[in-house]
Ligand binder design. Structure first.
Ligand SMILES: Nc1nc2c(c(=O)[nH]1)N[C@H]1C(S)=C(S)[C@@H](COP(=O)(O)O)O[C@H]1N2
Ligand SMILES: [Mo]
Length: 255
């Protein structure tokens, strides 16, 4: 499946189609934020993005009871990064690992796992919905992303938060991005715990995103760095995420 998708991606790139949105957004600085976002999204995607923000930006995803937790939770996509830096950190139990938070922020910094765990935590039992058609309920514990963003302070022109992952799929590093409404949502957490234990490797150790009102592929696993940007046109191939660049899934994956 992956091979098929990346072949398609290469074909798109060859035709210059993948780079087109980057050109539009990179050169036209007079477009308003709203117009920029609209230009980037496909029309159906733009409609659901707009209607979901009208329904309420702080609407919570349903939370479940401990008895609802799935007996088995599928591991999907990468199950273990093979990049040198992640392997080195994994070998020492992530003792020297740090999450860097940079980009359009006032106080760029980095956080050890111990520092993240010392911050106020949130635990939530939610249902994960993968676009491939399976779901599972799990309990996640982590630091609300908004607490981290408050610590570093966003610059006035920050519009999106990008998550850079340790794993590569056929030579491309996985990454994802969110708008600020989803980044600051109370259920958006960087999780280091799952079902009461440390986050297992397959589910994204040492840290993975949970963004409960969006589909599974937005939940970046193996997060190494968080970057605030004013636009994502210059990142990757300009569509805001690995699968988005592949031409496979839309950037806005609201459910
Ligand atoms: N870094 C990274 N994050 C990722 C993926 C991946 O391959 N690499 N797969 C995504 C997809 S499609 C899904 S459904 C979920 C799966 O999370 P799980 O393995 O904990 O079930 O992770 C998402 N985040
Ligand atoms: Mo998925």
């Amino acid at each position: 499946m992956t091979a098929h998708i990346l072949t398609r991606r290469r074909v798109l790139a060859g035709l210059g189609l993948v780079a087109a949105p980057a050109l539009i957004l990179g050169t036209n600085h007079i477009l308003s934020d709203r117009a920029r976002r609209k230009a980037l999204l496909r029309s159906g995607e733009w409609l659901s993005y707009r209607s979901h923000s009208l329904i309420g930006e702080d609407r919570l995803a349903r939370e479940f009871a401990p008895g609802d937790i799935s007996a088995s939770f599928r591991i999907n996509g990468s199950s273990k990064p093979e990049t040198e830096d992640w392997l080195r950190h994994a070998a020492t139990g992530f003792a020297d690992w740090r999450l860097s938070v940079t980009g359009r922020v006032l106080r760029p910094g980095s956080f050890s796992l111990a520092e993240l765990k010392a911050m106020p935590a949130r635990t939530q039992i939610t249902r994960h919905d993968c676009v491939e058609g399976w779901s599972a309920i799990g309990q996640w514990t982590g630091v609300p992303l908004r607490l981290l963003l408050d610590r570093v302070g966003l610059a006035d022109d920050a519009r999106f938060i990008v998550f850079r992952c340790a794993d590569e799929i056929m030579g491309w590093r996985y990454y994802e991005s969110l708008d600020l409404a989803h980044a600051f949502h109370p259920q958006t957490i960087l999780a280091y715990g799952m079902n009461g234990a440390a986050l297992p490797t397959g589910h994204g150790a040492p840290l993975r995103l949970r963004v409960e009102r969006q589909l599974g592929y937005k939940h970046a696993k193996f997060v190494m760095a968080v970057e605030a940007v004013s636009e994502f046109a210059s990142i990757g191939e300009g569509r805001g995420g690995f699968w988005e660049d592949a031409g496979e899934y839309e950037w806005y994956a609201g459910i």
